[in-house]
Structure formats: structure tokens, C-alpha cells
Design a protein around this ligand. Structure first.
Ligand SMILES: Cc1cc2nc3c(=O)[nH]c(=O)nc-3n(C[C@H](O)[C@H](O)[C@H](O)COP(=O)(O)O)c2cc1C
Length: 388
């Protein structure tokens, strides 16, 4: 049973995004400027569209926090959409008055989007209803929740970081340490390797020039996460299965791998598994971390390493073919203001969903009505297994 749950609501051009984060222990420091900083990170990155210059996301905390600390009550977070002002009555809650025409209907579904599936599923006459909720604008709410739980993870000594290791077929070296964080954050494509970063920017420029888009790969690393979280006893408790589900909940993410990942399928076992060692001070450990910090569904205490593949942005300036709904007439797809590459931004969203999943798994495992309880239980367990 999940201890920590979150739900989001809201449309891309409505008043804003709302998130309810339930199950957060009391006594956790909440710094609104730290949440805003995470929202700002999500909006940055080379290859983003005009929307990001309109929005300067700021969170409003509407519940669950008092005098800078969580109270144990659900948190209510609201991220207003500045762009809503430019959309007039298009998303009005009230039906148009009698005799007043409603906004222009969208009836051409865009390939690679939820447009066609959503319009058929919910029997919608106007694809605008799908576009508004399926838009990745929703990920701002995920990032706001993620920012809160990153503070909880830091109470137990854990930190989630990410960097971009591929864009548009240009690859960079995998692996990073906490010392690399500033370098990654200073890169417009969040790439640790400056040369590869420049080539990634050139790939984005070339795609933009051609009216096309590019995808890529984000690597996430979680340092300091406690051992003993997750389990092999049921499939849904396995930490890899939990993280994979969280990562694949992010729009446009089409693949996930852990540790050496897909390469493991081609290597002999001796070059995939990690020899077990013991140190008098540190207790049990592994000589290498090719497993990516999880064995048998349980965290080992080594850094958790996973990568997510993002498909190229679906909205193309040179549109693919589509069909007008109703008439079934073949037409070119619509172009709606869009990013050329959102891989750097996806990294921030991925950090958030990974942080939320790992915080939930740690709370399930160690419990705690307060952040202090959780930290004490984690510390006690670390001590206990060091002595075994
Ligand atoms: C941070 C982020 C930004 C995105 N920006 C855009 C965008 O500007 N244009 C677009 O067509 N898709 C964008 N996407 C991807 C779409 O939301 C996604 O491909 C679409 O909703 C269809 O869902 P699916 O790819 O999961 O099938 C973005 C995704 C993320 C994570």
C-alpha cells in the first residue's frame, strides 16, 4: 500500500495545474523557493518552444504546510498558467451563451499524440479536450510534488540527479558523480561532456531547420538511498518494477533500463554481476555496480542507476499526414506551438517521478509519522546490517 500518493488536475491553458500530495510525513522543511527552482529547471534547456518564455512557473502552496514545515496533512500545490490569459474563453467552464458560437473545434488528430485515441475513447467532438490534458504541461505539477519529496529524501541522505547522455543520435559518456552536478546544470542540454553537448545542440538546430524533432536518453542516479527497500516476494514490490512504472508514466518516455541495462543481454554473466565484498567498517558491499543498485527487487545501497529513452517530440513543423474526423478526408496534421527537443526538461520530470517513487518505497519500508522518525528508522537499519 502506497504511503505517499499524488494526483494532478488541470489543463495546459486553463487557470493552472493542481497537485495533491498525500502521505508526506510531518515536520519536513518546505522551501517554496526550492520548489520554484525545480519548476524553473523544468522550463529550461535548449530546444524548448516559445511557451517557456511566457510561463515563469511559481508554485502556490494552498495546504499542508505551516511556517515552513509540513503538518502531516495533504499538501495542495497550485502552479498557475500565465498563458491562460491569452486563451480567452477557449477553456471556459461555462457553456457558451445561446446564439454565441463556441471556440473553433479541433478535428484533425496529430500523429504521435493522444489526440485520436482520446477523442475516440471519451467520444469528444473537439480534440482540444484531449490536447489540454495530455499536454506535458502537466509535468509541472509532478515536478512541484517531486521538489517536496526531494527534501524528504535528503533527510535520509539520498539525492536524485540526472544528466543527458544522448540527443538525436549524439551520445555522451554515461555515469556522473555529485561533483559533476554544477557542470551538468550549466550545460544548455544538461550534458556533462561539453563536446558532446555542442554536437547535441547542432543536432537540435539541424532538426529545427528541417521542421523536424529529436529525442534522446536521460540517465538518473540516486546517491545515498538506503539498502533493503523493495522486495522480491511480489512482482509489484520489486523496486525495478516500481521505478519502471514511474519512469514510463512520463509522456514520451518509451524505454527504461537499469545498470548496464540492455547491454547485459549481450554480455557473459561474469561481466554483468557484481562480486560481493565485506568491509569491517562499511559492512557488505559490491565490488562494482553493474546491477545499478538493485538486486532481487531490493536496493543494495549502491547508487541506483537507470536510463530513460524519450521519443522525438510528436508535433512537427513539417506535419505528417492525418485524417479529418467526421469527413475522413486525408489532411496534413495541425502544428501547435511546440518544442523541438525536450530531453533536458524531461530529465527534471524524471528526477521528480523517481524521487516520488523512492520516497514512497522508503516510507512503506521504514514508516514514520514525522520526517525525523523516518530518518531514525533508516539509520537504525543501516546500523543493524553493518553488524551482521
Ligand atoms: C518535458 C516534456 C515536454 C514536452 N513538450 C512537448 C511539446 O512541446 N510538443 C509535443 O508535441 N510533445 C511534447 N512532449 C511529449 C508529449 O507530451 C507526448 O509525446 C504526447 O503527449 C503523447 O504521449 P506519448 O508520447 O506518451 O504517447 C513533451 C514531453 C515532456 C516530458
Amino acid at each position: 500500500m502506497s504511503r505517499l500518493r499524488y494526483l494532478t488536475a488541470g489543463e495546459s491553458h486553463g487557470p493552472g495545474l493542481t497537485a495533491i500530495l498525500d502521505g508526506c510525513p510531518a515536520g519536513l522543511r518546505v522551501d517554496v523557493s526550492a520548489i520554484d527552482a525545480e519548476l524553473g529547471r523544468r522550463q529550461s534547456g535548449y530546444g524548448r518552444g516559445e511557451r517557456q518564455s511566457i510561463e515563469q512557473d511559481r508554485v502556490r502552496v494552498l495546504g499542508g504546510v505551516r511556517h515552513g514545515r509540513t503538518t502531516g496533512a495533504p499538501l495542495a500545490l497550485f502552479v498557475p498558467n500565465r498563458d491562460a490569459a491569452n486563451w480567452g474563453d477557449v477553456l471556459a467552464v461555462e457553456a457558451p451563451s445561446a446564439g454565441v458560437p463556441g471556440p473553433e473545434r479541433v478535428d484533425v488528430p496529430r500523429p504521435g499524440h493522444a489526440d485520436l485515441g482520446g477523442a475516440l475513447l471519451y467520444e469528444l467532438d473537439d480534440i482540444r479536450d484531449v490536447i489540454e490534458r495530455a499536454s506535458a504541461r502537466e509535468t509541472a505539477a509532478k515536478v512541484a510534488c517531486g521538489a517536496v519529496v526531494k527534501a524528504l529524501l535528503s533527510e535520509i541522505g539520498a539525492r536524485v540527479v540526472s544528466h543527458v547522455v544522448a540527443i538525436g543520435g549524439v551520445e555522451a559518456t554515461r555515469g556522473m558523480s555529485l561533483d559533476d552536478v554544477d557542470r551538468v546544470e550549466a550545460s544548455p542540454v544538461r550534458c556533462r561532456d561539453q563536446g558532446a553537448g555542442r554536437r547535441m545542440i547542432a543536432a537540435i538546430d539541424a532538426a529545427a531547420e528541417a521542421g523536424d524533432t529529436v529525442g534522446g536518453v536521460v540517465e538518473m542516479l540516486v546517491f545515498g538511498y538506503p539498502p533493503g527497500v523493495g522486495s522480491y516476494v511480489q512482482g509489484d514490490l520489486r523496486l525495478r518494477s516500481r521505478l519502471a512504472r514511474a519512469v514510463l508514466s512520463v509522456p514520451a518516455i518509451v524505454g527504461v533500463e537499469f545498470g548496464v541495462g540492455f547491454e547485459a543481454a549481450a554480455r557473459p554473466g561474469s561481466q554483468v554481476h557484481d562480486p560481493i565484498v565485506h568491509d569491517a567498517d562499511e559492512g557488505y558491499g559490491r565490488q562494482s555496480n553493474r546491477a545499478g543498485g538493485i538486486e532481487g527487487g531490493i536496493s543494495t545501497g549502491a547508487p541506483i542507476v537507470l536510463r530513460a529513452a524519450m521519443k522525438p517530440i510528436s508535433t512537427l513543423r513539417e506535419p505528417l499526414g492525418s485524417v479529418e474526423m467526421g469527413t475522413h478526408r486525408p489532411v496534413a496534421s495541425r502544428f501547435e506551438r511546440s518544442d523541438v527537443c525536450a530531453v533536458p526538461a524531461a530529465g527534471i520530470v524524471l528526477e521528480a517521478v523517481v524521487a516520488l517513487e523512492l520516497a514512497d518505497a522508503a516510507l512503506e519500508r521504514f514508516g514514520g509519522a514525522t520526517a525525523g522518525d523516518l530518518a531514525a528508522a533508516v539509520e537504525a537499519y543501516r546500523r543493524r546490517i553493518r553488524e551482521r
